[in-house]
Design a protein around this ligand. Structure first.
Ligand code: SF4
Ligand code: SF4
Length: 175
């Protein structure tokens, strides 16, 4: 039986227990004295638009984005063992849909990543590369619904967008 299996209960493990596995004893005492924080991030899925700014700015890589080729979906995952409750994700979220709960060292933290948000992946209609989550592309297109030509550019990756914009500009000059 591994050290992790001996110490964890029902797939859950406290931060203190995790530190026992990872750090020398001296460092555990030090982190206890420093009152190291832990957190749990909650997300209101009805407001999230899959911009991934929270994952981009999370300094601890506690928030990560993964995509699945088979299902055609992208996911925002939260790894609680890594979260140090800094609050950066809550501050950068443009939709204000993240909430942070403080944990202390006596509470059990999830050993496995939890799924916060899932959406379909949107691909560039020209080259097929991934350009973002469906909710974000829809939100951007809705904001400029009055301009069809501009809205259709959100269906392209950055390099195809540059090429198409350049072609459109050249055609305008010829006309
Ligand atoms: S609180 Fe900080 S460490 Fe935790 S998920 Fe948010 S940005 Fe990452
Ligand atoms: S939680 Fe906020 S920052 Fe993160 S993907 Fe959703 S809208 Fe973007």
């Amino acid at each position: 039986m591994s050290e992790f299996e001996k110490i964890s209960k029902n797939g859950k493990i406290t931060r203190r227990e995790l530190l026992k596995l990872a750090l020398p004893h001296a460092l555990i005492s030090e982190s206890k004295d420093s009152g190291m924080a832990s957190g749990k991030v909650k997300l209101d899925g009805s407001r999230c638009m899959g911009c991934w700014l929270c994952a981009r700015d999370c300094p601890a890589e506690a928030l990560v984005v993964s995509s699945n080729e088979e299902t055609g979906c992208c996911q925002l995952l939260f790894r609680q063992q890594r979260c140090d409750a800094c609050g950066t994700c809550v501050a950068v979220c443009p939709e204000k849909c993240l909430r942070l709960e403080q944990f202390d060292e006596t509470q059990q933290i999830e050993a496995l990543p939890s799924l916060l948000f899932e959406d379909e992946v949107v691909r560039c209609r020209e080259c097929g590369c991934i350009i973002g989550a469906g909710a974000m592309i829809s939100a951007l297109k809705t904001k400029i619904a009055s301009n069809d030509a501009l809205a259709s550019l959100f269906e392209l990756c950055p390099s195809c967008k540059t090429r198409v914009s350049f072609t459109l500009g050249n055609n305008k000059n010829v006309a």
